[in-house]
Design a protein around this ligand. Structure first.
Ligand SMILES: Cc1cc2nc3c(=O)[nH]c(=O)nc-3n(C[C@H](O)[C@H](O)[C@H](O)COP(=O)(O)OP(=O)(O)OC[C@H]3O[C@@H](n4cnc5c(N)ncnc54)[C@H](O)[C@@H]3O)c2cc1C
Ligand code: FES
Length: 262
């Protein structure tokens, strides 16, 4: 399955071939794979779907260069390679019985989507779900239909904003942190899960700490230039941490002393 999300981003549904590989490919929300296109190279990509369907996963990919450019040319039934899953993923068990606050910027909604669907598939295990999502323009908003579905779920709140309005956009305008005042968020018994461009992290973290979130309750999923994906090449480290092995999900407490993290 290939679905166009925006002018430069597509969602790809991948079916794993071979009964054994289908059975063995198990992933957790927040993990990523290395996508391999022979003759072009590899790219680390977050798994955007929720686990549950054996041998199936989705990736949401922005066309930025060589590998992602070729991928965007592919259509249904084309064959590609993947390695993985890699990385730690989100601590889902620890989130049970807590309020969850998702803060996503741009393509950062892709890894969050895996966890959001996991949470809604097990709705009774979690408390209130708040989703704050920002994109550059209305044309950059991902998963528009799903944002509406999530807003209609029990005990959930979804707020969307764009940095710059265009066309017939009637919604909120401003960076994602301007949604904090509009949402009813309680820091008590809550976990915040944040993914987006580097600059967004700084402002979102500051705001959440001021609201009373503890440093352990801020989960951040990061991107770095990667090669091996398995802790061998040294391309992805932040201080002593390898984003591919120790991450890509970190608690703010683990990273706050490394200035290069955000
Ligand atoms: C853990 C992880 C998860 C990711 N998840 C997604 C995802 O779900 N969807 C998605 O579209 N992208 C994701 N990325 C980014 C993606 O890996 C890069 O966009 C991709 O590898 C670019 O490959 P390319 O050959 O098309 O581009 P290239 O031709 O290699 O480079 C084109 C441009 O993209 C920049 N670029 C290359 N790699 C990265 C990177 N890792 N981070 C930031 N900029 C990069 C280059 O500096 C260059 O400016 C993720 C990256 C990581 C590390
Ligand atoms: S990508 Fe090679 S060590 Fe992380």
């Amino acid at each position: 399955m290939v679905r166009e999300e925006t002018y430069d981003t597509k969602t790809f549904g991948l079916c794993i071939e071979g009964e054994r590989y289908k059975r063995e490919f198990q992933y957790r929300p927040g993990q990523f794979i290395e996508l391999c296109l022979l003759g072009y190279g590899e790219s680390p990509l977050s798994i955007a779907s929720a686990p549950g369907e054996m041998g199936y996963l989705e990736l949401c990919v922005r066309r930025v260069g060589r590998v992602t450019g070729v991928l965007h040319w592919l259509s249904d039934n084309d064959v590609i390679g993947i390695r993985g899953p890699f990385g730690n993923g989100f601590p889902v068990e620890e989130m049970k019985d807590k309020n969850l606050v998702f803060v996503g910027g741009g393509l950062g909604l892709a890894p969050l989507r895996s966890l959001i669907w996991t949470v809604f598939a097990n709705r009774m295990d979690f408390r209130k779900v708040t989703i704050l999502y920002g994109a550059r323009t209305p044309a950059d908003l991902l998963f528009r239909d799903e944002l509406k579905i999530w807003a209609d779920m029990d005990d959930s709140e979804v707020l969307v904003t764009v940095d710059v309005s265009s066309g017939d956009w009637q919604g909120h305008v401003g960076v994602v942190t301007t949604l904090f005042d509009k949402a009813s968020i309680l820091a008590d018994n809550s976990v915040a899960i944040v993914c987006g461009p580097a600059i967004m992290f700084r402002f979102v973290i500051k705001e959440l700490l001021e609201m009373g979130f503890s440093e352990e309750a801020l989960l951040l999923t990061l991107e770095r230039h990667m090669k091996c994906g398995i802790g061998k090449c040294g391309h992805c480290n932040i201080g002593p941490k390898y984003v591919c092995l120790d991450g890509p999900v970190f608690r703010y407490k683990e990273l706050k002393r490394f200035s290069e993290a955000f």
